[in-house]
Design a protein. Structure first.
Length: 193
């Protein structure tokens, strides 16, 4: 019984992102790599050079004329590419936005309760989208909503900066707060000494 050469991708062969060895279509290539005399070679010469070193010829820049090929171990090359992509993903920050809702007539206790939550969200590194929801005729109190949001911004100025000032969008007045960048630990250690 003969094994299928397809991977478990629904019967389709997974295509490699780079052309290697005989799959390179160009007649001439610019050769780069370690232990290689860099320059422009015919595809046959480039393949011979790669074969002599026991390595693969990998097309790394197909859109230039002539295409750039590298003499390298292809499995090692793929591993390094995956590793580089993982590092880039790890460095990219995921921004979380938490919402806090007020009414135009929010009393002091509710305000302080929500303020405490906003502070904890900001300390965790999340942005806070605070808004005052106006229902029915309460839209006439939009100045109260703005005062409420600005009060919140001043209370949280030690942990946050205002990214968007209060703006009225429909029946909501929205303000966005972003956490302040965290201070380096070295400066904290010096303060303790």
């Amino acid at each position: 019984m003969r094994k299928n050469s397809t991977k478990s991708t629904g019967g389709r062969v997974k295509e490699e992102p780079y052309r290697i060895n005989e799959k390179i279509r160009a007649k001439e290539v610019r050769l780069v790599g370690d232990n290689v005399q860099q320059g422009i070679y015919s595809i046959e010469e480039a393949l011979k050079i790669a074969e002599q070193q026991g390595l693969d010829l990998v097309e790394i820049a197909p859109n230039v004329t002539p295409p750039v090929c590298r003499v390298i171990d292809y499995s090692k090359f793929k591993y390094e590419q995956k590793k580089r992509e993982k590092e880039i993903k790890a460095k990219a920050q995921k921004i979380v936005v938490k919402e806090i809702r007020f009414g135009p007539n929010t009393d002091e206790h509710d305000f302080n309760f929500k303020l405490k939550h906003a502070r904890s969200f900001l300390e965790e590194g999340a942005k806070v989208k605070a808004y005052v929801q106006f229902a029915g005729r309460s839209i006439v109190f939009k100045d109260r909503g703005e005062v409420l949001l600005l009060k919140m911004a001043t209370e949280l100025e030690d942990v946050a900066k205002v990214e968007q000032m209060p703006t009225l969008e429909g029946k909501r007045m929205i303000m966005i707060l972003a956490p302040l960048p965290k201070k380096k630990k070295k400066s904290e250690d010096k303060d303790k000494e």
